[in-house]
Design a protein around this ligand. Structure first.
Ligand code: DX5
Ligand code: ZN
Length: 223
C-alpha cells in the first residue's frame, strides 16, 4: 500500500522532526493539505511551507489543494517541488485544461472528489488522470470520522478504472486508521492518506508500516 502521511496533523513547531520521521518510515509520499478558507472553512499552510518541506524530504510530495480555482497556481506548485498536484473537481471550471497544464508543468495530475460528488463526474477525464482522491470526510479538518459510504465508492471507481483502461491510482483521505485502512484496501484502494492516526500515535513508523503492508502496491507500479 502506498501510504501518504498528512502533515496537517504534525506538530508545526517541530515540522522537520515530523518530516524526518516520514522519511525514515515506509511511507511512499508526503501529503500536504493546502486550505484557503474559501473552498473549505479552514486555513492551513501554503507555498513557503511546502517548499521548505520539499527541501528536507526525499519522498515525493502529494499536494492536495483545497482551494478555489487551483489552476492559477500550477507553476507555483511545481516550483515548490510537488510530484503530484491534486485539485478538487468541485473547484475547477475547466478541469480538462487544468489537467493538461499540470502535466505540461511536469507533475502527476490527481483529481479529488468530495463525499457527495459522484464517481461518474470523472467518466470523461479518467483516462487522463494519474490518481483520483476520494475524500472520506468533508474536507477542511483532520481528526474526523470516516464516512462508510466511501467503501462502495472505491468499488465503483475501481470498476470505472478497469472499464476505461485508466492507469489512475485510487487514494482515500480522511478518518483513516487501522480499521478503515483495511476496509479501503479490501475495496481496492492503492493510496491511503493518514493524519491523526499517524501523528498522534506513540509509534508513528509502526502505524505507517502496518498500513504499508496491507497490500503489495508501490509507487513504482504507477511510474
Ligand atoms: C482533510 C485533509 C486530510 C486530513 C486527514 O481535509 O484533506 O488530508 O489531514 O486527517 P485525518 O487522517 O486526521 O482524518
Ligand atoms: Zn488531504
Amino acid at each position: 500500500m502506498i501510504v501518504a502521511p498528512s502533515l496537517l496533523a504534525a506538530d508545526f513547531a517541530n515540522l522537520a522532526d515530523s518530516v524526518a520521521m516520514v522519511d525514515r518510515s515506509e511511507a511512499a509520499m508526503v501529503h500536504c493539505d493546502v486550505m484557503d478558507g474559501v473552498f473549505v472553512p479552514n486555513i492551513s499552510f501554503g507555498f513557503p511551507v511546502i517548499e521548505a518541506v520539499s527541501r528536507i524530504t526525499a519522498k515525493p510530495l502529494d499536494v492536495h489543494l483545497m482551494i478555489t480555482d487551483p489552476a492559477r497556481y500550477v507553476n507555483r506548485v511545481r516550483d515548490c517541488g510537488a510530484y503530484m498536484m491534486n485539485v478538487h473537481v468541485e473547484a475547477c471550471t475547466h478541469l480538462h485544461r487544468t489537467i493538461e497544464s499540470i502535466h505540461q508543468a511536469g507533475m502527476k495530475a490527481a483529481v479529488t472528489l468530495n463525499p457527495a460528488t459522484p464517481v461518474m463526474s470523472l467518466c470523461e477525464i479518467i483516462s487522463d488522470l494519474d490518481m483520483v482522491l476520494l475524500m472520506s470526510v468533508d474536507p477542511g479538518f483532520g481528526g474526523q470520522s470516516f464516512i462508510p459510504a466511501t467503501i462502495n465508492k472505491i468499488r465503483r471507481l475501481r470498476a470505472l478504472i478497469c472499464e476505461t483502461g485508466s492507469k489512475a491510482m485510487i487514494e482515500v483521505d480522511g478518518g483513516i486508521n487501522a480499521d478503515t485502512a483495511r476496509m479501503c484496501a479490501d475495496a481496492g484502494a492503492d493510496v491511503l492518506v493518514a493524519g491523526s492516526a499517524v501523528f498522534k500515535a506513540a509509534d508513528p513508523c509502526a502505524v505507517i508500516a502496518d498500513m504499508a503492508h496491507l497490500n503489495d502496491i508501490t509507487l513504482a507500479d504507477f511510474a
